[in-house]
Every structure is written in structure tokens, then in C-alpha cells.
Design a protein around this ligand. Structure first.
Ligand code: DC
Length: 231
């Protein structure tokens, strides 16, 4: 039997889904893909080229840039970094300016179509755990295991605030909370692939769980769904 496994991890902004997905990747020895980094990379491309102003995206010009760009995930000191046209942009894509604009880019159907195709091709021949908003519903509707992660907006804002502070960004907690609640509503209300829970997803509210507890919970489910993968 094939040992290929596809795991989808969806959920709200800054809910810890990437921590869970990375921990699953390490435990199972499979590739981790951060689909949000790809939307952030495209947003950086738009900002650098002046293709987004007042929430309005110059879709046609940006689509051309996207088709001509290269996007790769590269392991740097044990961490996965996004490379855009050969440049390590991992730090830049996490800055608040990108966070503030990414939802406007991610709601454009033509942009999503290109990124979804790239994401699907990454899971064609190898096992992957991918996190995002539409992985279990659109990118891999037949994923072996689907998780939907959430936590209260305040808990998520606090985690993100500490992360930004550790990167040396000067931000207010209220600014981060506002960014998160605004992104939640745009992600949930947009027409193209809105954030929603797949019917067959396992839901995890990790507001009061440790990193170890959420991983243990997820691994138990993966073992139940695909016992053959562990033989
Ligand atoms: O996971 P993240 O917060 O880094 O994602 C950044 C943005 O990209 C988020 O506001 C929603 C969007 N996104 C999306 O629309 N679909 C995905 N599969 C992943 C992210």
C-alpha cells in the first residue's frame, strides 16, 4: 500500500495552525507547506511594485508578475523560508504592512487559482502537511486527515503580538487584535474560497492547550485514520 499521506490544517489567522503543521511534519518526516506564505509573497510582490493602493489590487498587472515569478521553500538553519525570485523574503512577508494587505490580494479569484494549482502540484508525488484557509475544502478535498484549528481572537492576538515583538516590530496589542479580527471577517466573507470548516474536519480549539497537547491530539487522530502509514 502507498505510504503517501496528505494532511490539511485550516483555521483562523494566528491560531497556531502553522505550529501544529510544523510539529506534524517533524513527527511524520513529511514536507510542510505554508500556503499563507505564498499569499504573503504575492502581496509583497504587489506592494513592492505599487500594485495595491487603498485596498484596490491591480489584478491584471499582478497576475503577470505572479506568472513570471519564482517561489520556493528553502530550509535555512532548520526553518523553512520563502524565496521570491531567488531572494529570502521570510522576514519581509511577516511584516504588518503585508498582514494589513494580504486579505485584499487573497480574495482575488484569479490569483487564488494560480496559487491553488501550485499547491496541488506540491502534493502530487509526495506526502505533505499544508496549512491555510481552503486546504481541506479546495486544495486537497480528498486529504487523508483534515484539521480545523481555532482559538479566541484575544489569545491569537496575544501570540502574534509576542511574535512581532520578538522580531523587533513596534506594534500595539490593539493594532494586532484589530488586524486579526479584520482578516477573520474578510477571510470568512469573501466569495472566492472563504474560510470554512470542511465537513469531515476534526476541530481543535487550542486556546488553553500546550503545543505538546495539540500535537498529541492530532497524532492520535492521524494514527486512527491511517494506521498503515506507521507500519
Ligand atoms: O496563514 P497566514 O495568516 O499567514 O495567511 C495570510 C493570509 O493569506 C490570510 O489573511 C488569508 C490568506 N490565505 C488564504 O486566503 N488561503 C490560504 N490557503 C492561506 C492563506
Amino acid at each position: 500500500m502507498s505510504k503517501k499521506i496528505i494532511i490539511a490544517v485550516d483555521g483562523h489567522s494566528s491560531c497556531g495552525k502553522s505550529t501544529l503543521a510544523k510539529d506534524i511534519s517533524r513527527s511524520l518526516g513529511i514536507t510542510y507547506i505554508d500556503s499563507g506564505a505564498m499569499y504573503r509573497g504575492v502581496t509583497l510582490l504587489a506592494l513592492r511594485n505599487g500594485l495595491i493602493n487603498n485596498q484596490q489590487v491591480n489584478t491584471e498587472a499582478l497576475l503577470k508578475q505572479i506568472r513570471d515569478c519564482s517561489m520556493d521553500f528553502v530550509s535555512v538553519d532548520g526553518k523553512i523560508h520563502l524565496y521570491l525570485n531567488g531572494e529570502d523574503v521570510e522576514r519581509d512577508i511577516r511584516l504588518i504592512e503585508v498582514s494589513d494587505n494580504v486579505s485584499y490580494v487573497a480574495r482575488v479569484p484569479e490569483i487564488r487559482q494560480i496559487l491553488v494549482e501550485w499547491q496541488q502540484s506540491m502534493g502530487k508525488t509526495k506526502s505533505v502537511v499544508m496549512d491555510g484557509r481552503d486546504i481541506g475544502t479546495v486544495v486537497f478535498p480528498h486529504a487523508d486527515v483534515k484539521f480545523f484549528v481555532t482559538a479566541t481572537p484575544e489569545v491569537r492576538a496575544q501570540r502574534r503580538f509576542l511574535e512581532l515583538e520578538s522580531m523587533g516590530e513596534k506594534v500595539w496589542f490593539e493594532q494586532v487584535l484589530d488586524n486579526i479580527t479584520r482578516r477573520d471577517s474578510i477571510d470568512q466573507d469573501r466569495e472566492a474560497s472563504p474560510l470554512r470548516q470542511a465537513e469531515d474536519a476534526y476541530v481543535l480549539d487550542n486556546s488553553y492547550l500546550t503545543r505538546e497537547q495539540q500535537l498529541e491530539w492530532a497524532l492520535t487522530i492521524i494514527k486512527q485514520k491511517r494506521p498503515d502509514f506507521f507500519i
